[in-house]
Ligand binder design. Structure first.
Ligand code: G4P
Length: 522
């Protein structure tokens, strides 16, 4: 019998892994994909990265700096559930990309290095998840190495993140003696991920002999203490974002990953409701709705293609259907939506709420776009951050100005940079959140468009989107400050200021003008 929409939706788990670089996100992703049979051998995620890198020139940057620039989605099935992992770049210079990706998930796995605890990026990403009430499962990784005391790590999570912790498992041993996990609530143990079902035991004492003699008593004491003193897991509190279930493991050595994937299936929520301008959209609503949170161009340089990643928010997407693009009101044929697996793409004949599909297009779709089956609604909340760095692009060959304009427009539509066109007709200004984005822009302008460029300081360093309740107030400001006004890609006005001081000064002089640092796509 065909699966009902409600059934299909309830099997979806769409999540991101958040971590400070080096905590083990890539390794964990790889192990999760292995469980789902999406890859055969560990190493393919990295191997795949390398392959893409050798094919695509601009990704040299990634290779040289050892960072992951590209976000993508990977889908796999495990025990009846469909998991969509949305990958996020670890480097903070690509923070805007990461934040937008987090608008498309229903849960997150927070990976913490057991020796290092909460690191700065973990904290920042956690804050974004909290803002959006995204429930978080914690995975304390690298227990096979010298690590901090588990209680100390839990305390740190509670204190730094103001998040209740509920350890589900407890590590049996540490570093060299680490040999599995003890499930606190039901007194079972699992030696390694290869062991499918956990074995019931009669309390921590019963497994202590797996450890060297001098570690046994300490293990018994702390595990008994954990059973007694730690908070029991409360799913409602987890779903509200107040509590995190905690797992200890080693992604590299295959410990704890099975516990984690089981928890994703059992605890993590199915696709959530999404807020749109005219109503709240429920995942099980019949009609298909989706929004674009990322654009990626030239994933396959042979095709010069452009893929829009769309998160389906409700209903069912079927290949060949027509969708309405809310920004323009125009129809768009979804002739070749794609699913992404670790090492391949596949045409998506049917996709359900929670799934992420890639939609090939030639610039029709932009970040923040909403697709529907006809309804005129727009999803809220895909953020656009005001750039930290503003630059003018200097072209070495002045004859190619038109080509540069087109290329910049495309890069801006993809979200690589933001583009601001000054009202006074002076050359466009590009804005980025992190300096590495400028390197990516330079590299891509050269390799994809044959345009050698350099960057010049602009006289502006701060940028704010402006609006006013009364159109007359806005007009007055736009006229008075014409030399400092530019339009973004959507034609929305921004005020460019020399520095924070002049920004505050103008804000005080023109109290009717709202100046905001984050714009939501519309
Ligand atoms: P990231 O994506 O969060 O940046 O981390 P990644 O998985 O690349 O892991 C960073 C380093 O930590 C890698 O070592 C990886 O092998 C190691 N690692 C990940 N999980 C564990 C674990 O559970 N235990 C131990 N001991 N190490 C772990 P590398 O030497 O930097 O890279 P590689 O050459 O091994 O790939």
């Amino acid at each position: 019998m065909a699966e009902s929409l409600a059934e299909a939706v309830s099997r979806r788990r769409t999540f991101a892994i958040i971590a400070h670089p080096d905590a083990g996100k890539t390794t964990l992703t790889e192990k999760l994909l292995l469980f789902g049979g999406a890859i055969q051998l560990a190493g393919e995620v990295k191997a795949k990265k390398d392959r893409i890198q050798t094919r695509s020139d601009w990704m040299k940057i990634e290779r040289e700096r050892g960072i992951s620039v590209v976000t993508s989605v990977m889908t796999f099935e495990y025990e009846g559930n469909v998991f969509n992992i949305l990958d996020t770049p670890g480097h903070e210079d690509f923070a805007d990309d990461t934040y937008r990706t987090l608008t498309a998930v229903d849960a997150a796995v927070m990976v913490i290095d057991a020796a290092k605890g909460i690191e700065p990026r973990t904290l920042k990403l956690f804050e974004v998840c909290r803002m959006r009430d995204i429930p978080i499962i914690t995975f304390i990784n690298k227990m096979d190495r010298e690590s901090r005391d588990p209680f100390e790590i839990l305390d740190e999570v509670e204190e730094k993140l103001a998040l209740d912790t509920a350890p589900i498992t407890w590590p049996i041993g540490r570093a060299k003696s680490f040999c599995g996990s003890y499930h606190l609530a039901d007194n079972t143990v699992r030696a390694a991920d290869t062991q499918v079902a956990a074995t019931p035991v009669n309390g921590p004492r019963a497994v202590a002999d797996r450890l060297p003699e001098n570690e046994r008593q300490a293990f018994i004491d702390e595990t008994e203490l954990a059973i007694e003193a730690c908070r029991p897991f409360d799913r409602a509190s987890f779903l509200e974002g107040h509590m995190t279930p905690v797992f200890f493991g080693s992604a590299l050595r295959n410990f704890g990953v099975r516990d984690l994937i089981n928890a994703l299936g059992e605890f993590a929520p199915p696709p959530r409701d999404q807020v749109a301008d005219i109503r709240t959209v429920h995942a099980t609503d019949d009609k298909m709705t989706a929004f674009v949170f990322k654009i990626q161009a030239n994933m396959d340089p042979n095709h010069r293609d452009r893929i829009a990643f769309a998160r389906i928010c409700s209903g069912k997407l079927e290949r060949g259907m027509k969708a309405r693009l809310s920004r323009t009101g125009k129809q768009l044929g979804l002739t070749a939506p794609q699913f992404f697996f670790a090492s391949q793409r596949q045409l998506a004949d049917t996709a359900y709420a929670g799934d992420v599909v890639g939609i090939p297009n030639h610039g029709t779709l932009r970040i923040g776009d909403t697709l529907t089956e006809g309804e005129s609604l727009v999803f809220q909340g895909v953020p656009n951050f005001s750039p930290e760095i503003l630059r003018r692009v200097r072209l070495e060959d002045a004859m190619k100005a038109k080509k540069l304009k087109e290329a910049l427009q495309q890069m801006a539509e993809e979200g690589v940079v933001q583009l601001f066109s000054p009202e006074d007709g002076s050359p466009a200004i590009v804005g980025v959140v992190g300096a590495l984005q400028l390197d990516v822009l330079k590299e891509r302008l050269m390799s994809e468009y044959g345009l050698p460029v350099s960057f010049e300081m602009s006289r502006f360093s701060v940028c704010r989107w402006i609006s006013a309740d009364q159109p007359a107030d806005l007009d007055k400001f736009l006229t008075a400050r014409r030399g400092d006004i530019a339009r973004d890609l959507d034609g929305d006005p921004v005020f460019l200021a020399q520095d924070g001081f002049s920004l505050r000064y103008e804000a005080e002089r023109y109290p009717a003008i709202k100046m905001v640092a984050i714009k939501e796509y519309h």
